[in-house]
Ligand binder design. Structure first.
Ligand SMILES: [Zn+2]
Length: 268
């Protein structure tokens, strides 16, 4: 039997227990192995493929995650809609720990990451004006609100290279630009998803305020991990609810992102 799933989740290892009838699949890609073996199972009636973004043992720091292999592996298993839960810092005093942001914009402040599949075979330019799937966003916002999360519908995620956190000056600069949250993994994940014509939706859980917001002390890794651990069960429910409410058939434009573009390779 060929193992297939049409929904992909890339997130923390706390999400394993979401999947019923789970099977592990090793997927080879032209970009090397994904962060870990892919677990394919069901959430409700929906077939889902799950990849722990940092690897099961958390061996990949944000700047070393094999992003290209992860998205490629998901698409090759049949995935067309990707849900990406992650932990973020907030740049807004009113969005404190425990808020869910479903961003609609992204600013890339990473450097040196492999961020495209179109490395050879001619120039290919995909539209990335709106980096997130509108249908996925709508579903995620509704699920978060139904789960009684403080929910921000839209906002700008600035992705920093890490693994260090922001300086106060950087954080204040992000705030002055009107950006909403800071993370380390949302790029190139979103761009690679678009290059494979996948829907991509970010579910960002605020774990803390970034340095410089409300003159806080700044962030420690322990604080982020402790907060995330306390919220893992609730996040599981949110991811599960969102997955089950995603459309069976895509009506958004994500799937036609590559129409009329001559690709240097066959899509998996
Ligand atoms: Zn879409």
């Amino acid at each position: 039997m060929v193992i297939r799933a049409d929904i992909g989740v890339i997130g923390g290892s706390g999400f394993y227990s979401l999947l019923d009838e789970a099977e592990e699949v090793e997927v080879a890609t032209p970009y090397g192995p994904p962060s870990d073996v892919v677990t394919v199972g069901r959430i409700g009636s929906r077939p889902v493929a799950f990849i722990p973004r940092h690897g099961r043992d958390h061996r990949f720091p944000p700047h070393r995650i094999p992003y290209r292999a992860n998205l490629w592996a998901l698409r090759s298993l049949g995935v067309r809609q990707v849900l990406a839960p992650s932990a973020v810092g907030s740049l807004k005093p009113e969005l404190g720990p425990g808020a869910i942001v479903v961003p609609d914009q992204l600013v890339d402040r990473t450097s040196g990451r492999a961020q495209t599949y179109y490395d050879a075979g001619g120039a290919v330019h995909v539209s990335f004006a709106d980096p997130y799937c509108p249908s996925g966003r709508e579903v995620a916002v509704a699920a978060a609100r139904a789960g009684e999360w403080q929910t921000a519908d839209g906002g700008t995620l600035v992705v920093i290279e890490g693994p260090r956190f922001s300086t106060r000056a950087e954080s204040q600069w992000f705030q002055r630009n009107g950006w909403t949250i800071v993370g380390m993994t949302g790029f190139p994940e979103a761009a690679l998803a678009r290059e494979l014509a996948l829907c991509y939706t970010s579910l960002s859980l605020v774990t803390d305020h970034d340095a410089g917001v409300e003159a806080g002390e700044g962030v420690t890794h322990e604080e982020v991990l402790a907060f995330f651990a306390r919220n893992v069960a609730r996040m599981r429910t949110l991811v599960s609810d969102t997955v089950q409410a995603l459309p069976e058939e895509r009506t958004c434009s994500c799937g036609s992102a590559l129409d009329g573009i001559k690709l240097p390779f066959e899509l998996p």
